[in-house]
Design a protein around this ligand. Structure first.
Ligand code: UD1
Ligand code: CA
Length: 426
């Protein structure tokens, strides 16, 4: 059966207090919140719709640049989550398959969970399935209200809830699976007579009940996954949860993380067995790290980094968009960006690949072939290639390609003035 996904991302995100960035484009370890959600459905649905509104252009640009099979639809003005979903009605007028609805501010949900959720919907022959979970502190979430026979009756938002309803700990995750053919007519019938004056998506539950549809809740055990981000403090908490999950996965796969409390590794990083990650290392974006590598302490991998086996990336080294072949060392205090490093390369402390020209705002590449040795405190001004086996003397500024097995040195000759200090002291 077809599945299409609708992701709600039009809201203002008022509680984030951000002037420059729409909520769903805030990042965790180099990836936007919306990016996490879209990645999680890429193996589940064949077409996605992102509802945009606040900062619509930025969100649209992000989606168009990074995600195929995904369209954006403008919701303006933003009159609530139900109104947001109604924006796809014209597009899906003749569609009768399943629609999965997700929020762009819920990045911790796993692909596996979404697959099980859809399976559950099918097994139950459900028309409307909502994902729920139990929160000890359910504040701010919609509450799942069940009838005496335990069937799901409706969802009540915190702001509309009675004292008794507020005590309910089963909350709405904001994730739904709908039999579109049976539900689509609900969207023209939603009302906004509630505390926020909005058209609530949650009202499709009671609509389904009234219309004698099969309505079910899928209770998620790991409530962390549906943690929604509404504030900066939520953003920090979600990042911690995600990082802990990632680190546990790497450790299970045979990677040593010396200090999980100070180490950050993105979920789109692959790490080979027996690699050791030392404290205070921050690895964001997409990266591939080989086996038996030593990374850190205090290393920063900024994404698009691919390193082979037996590599050392040491203290205070920053690497961005670089490929590093096996047995190469970048030991200390270096910046390696837009670069290709061969095997058995040694990078002395304080080496910089000067990849950025601020006048033309362009970046250029540094290529160091196998067995190249770069002396400490050198600057490699890109575009530049150092051919196989060449050496660069410490303190050099390299602005031309260096032929193989040559020595390149730009240092001014050392002068020694005997007894110079003594002559000054007289
Ligand atoms: C919503 C649910 C609540 C649930 C919670 C889970 C409703 C009415 N409430 O509350 O039951 O427990 O999510 O996280 O649905 N959005 C639009 N257009 C709008 C309004 C919102 O696209 O007009 C988007 C937002 O950008 C956001 C998502 O919908 O991604 C949810 O909106 P938000 O305001 O965060 O809803 P909650 O108060 O969290
Ligand atoms: Ca929310």
């Amino acid at each position: 059966m077809d599945i299409k996904t609708v992701i709600l991302a039009a809201g203002k995100g008022t509680r984030m207090k951000s002037e420059t960035t729409p909520k769903v484009l805030h990042e965790i370890m180099g990836k936007t919140l919306l990016g996490y959600v879209l990645d999680n459905v890429k193996n589940i649905s064949d077409e996605n719709y992102v509802i945009v509104g606040h900062h619509a252009q930025e969100v649209t640009d992000f989606v168009e640049k990074n995600y195929k099979n995904t369209k954006t639809i403008l919701q303006s003005p933003q009159l609530g989550t139900g109104h947001a979903v109604s924006m796809v009605c014209p597009q899906l007028e003749n569609y009768n398959g399943l629609v999965l609805i997700l929020c762009g501010d819920t990045p911790l949900i796993k692909e596996d969970t979404l697959k099980k959720f859809v399976e559950f919907h099918k097994e139950q022959n459900s028309d409307i399935t909502v994902m729920s979970t139990i929160f000890e502190n359910p504040a701010n979430y919609g509450r799942i209200i069940r009838a005496k026979d335990n069937s799901v009756e409706c969802i009540v938002e915190e702001k509309d809830a009675t004292q008794e309803q507020k005590a309910v700990k089963e909350v709405n995750a904001g994730i739904y699976c709908l039999d579109w053919g049976k539900i689509k007519s609900a969207f023209s019938q939603l009302k906004n007579n509630n505390a926020q004056g909005e058209y609530y998506l949650t009202d499709i539950i009671s609509w389904g009940k009234i219309n004698k549809l099969n309505v079910n809740a899928y209770i998620l055990e790991n409530s962390d996954e549906i943690y929604g981000i509404n504030s900066r403090s939520n953003l920090a908490t979600a990042a911690k949860i995600m990082n802990k999950r990632n680190l546990n996965k790497y450790m299970e796969e045979g990677v040593t993380i010396v200090d999980p409390d100070s180490t950050w590794i993105s979920e789109d990083t692959q790490i080979g067995q027996d690699t050791i990650i030392y404290p205070a290392t921050y690895i964001e974006g997409k990266n591939i790290i080989g086996k038996n590598c030593k990374i850190g302490p205090c290393a920063h991998l900024r994404g698009d980094v691919e390193v082979c086996d037996n590599i050392k990336i040491g203290n205070f080294v920053e690497v961005k968009k670089a490929k590093i072949n096996s047995n190469t060392n970048v030991g200390h205090l270096s910046y390696i960006g837009d670069s290709e490093l061969g095997s058995n390369v040694n990078i002395g402390a304080g080496t910089i690949t000067a990849n950025y020209d601020p006048l033309s705002k362009t970046k250029s590449k540094t290529i160091l072939k196998d067995n190249v040795k770069i002396g400490s405190n050198s600057v490699l001004v890109a575009p530049v290639t150092v051919e196989e086996g060449a050496n660069v003397g410490a303190g050099s500024i390299i602005t031309k390609n260096i032929p193989q097995w040559a020595l390149a040195i730009t240092r001014s000759p050392l002068k020694i003035l005997n007894n110079w200090v003594k002559s000054k002291l007289k």
